[in-house]
Write a protein that binds this ligand. Structure first.
Ligand code: HEC
Length: 152
């Protein structure tokens, strides 16, 4: 072992213990990071399901009755998850959430509920009248109605 390694290796070992990091359990995420990951994760899932409906609307994806209704129902559930997912206002630098969310919480939740209701309506219309008729309603998703006031 070269002399520099004799110094570096114990230094690393001591640093790990000093930092409080455990080798068996990786260091846990900070509260703020956890809160952000939940918000961002839910939003990406919403986008993925919204894309499926959008692709069916513009003819990029075959209009599939079951898949259409499934995606609309998934969106209904996901929009219902916004209040509990955004509960914590903990912030990290790259979060795009504006503090206004927690200052105007009722309005924020109402905006989420509008899209939850729209998703339920799209799913029900799809089930009753068929995806071909319901797909036109996909145009009504206005994500900007919430992003404009509440996302940086
Ligand atoms: C009730 C408010 C609200 C609604 C409705 C909403 N979003 Fe968001 N969205 C946010 C907020 C706030 C953030 C930022 C979260 C953060 O960074 O902590 C966000 C972030 C995102 C992100 C993460 C990446 C980025 O650009 O910041 C995506 C993707 C996204 N939204 C897609 C959508 C889509 C698609 C819809 C509509 C189908 C939608 N959202 C509806 C509030 C909303």
């Amino acid at each position: 072992m070269k002399p520099n390694k004799i110094i570096i290796v114990p230094f690393i070992v001591i640093s790990i213990f000093w930092s409080g990091a455990s080798i068996a359990h990786p260091p846990s995420l900070s509260e703020a990071m956890g809160a952000y990951i939940k918000r961002d994760g839910l939003m990406h899932l919403i986008r993925a399901q919204r894309y499926i409906l959008q692709e069916m609307l513009v003819g990029k994806r075959q209009l599939d009755q079951d898949e259409f209704v499934r995606a609309a129902k998934a969106l209904e559930s996901m929009f219902a998850m916004i209040p509990s997912t955004f509960e914590k206002s903990d912030m990290v630098d790259y979060s795009r959430a504006k503090p206004e969310i927690w200052e105007n919480w009722d309005d924020f939740v109402a905006k989420a509920d509008e899209l939850r209701k729209l998703s339920a309506e799209i799913a029900a219309t799809g089930e009753i009248y068929g995806a071909k008729i319901a797909v036109e309603k996909v145009r009504l998703y206005n994500c900007g109605n919430c992003h404009d006031p509440y996302r940086k």
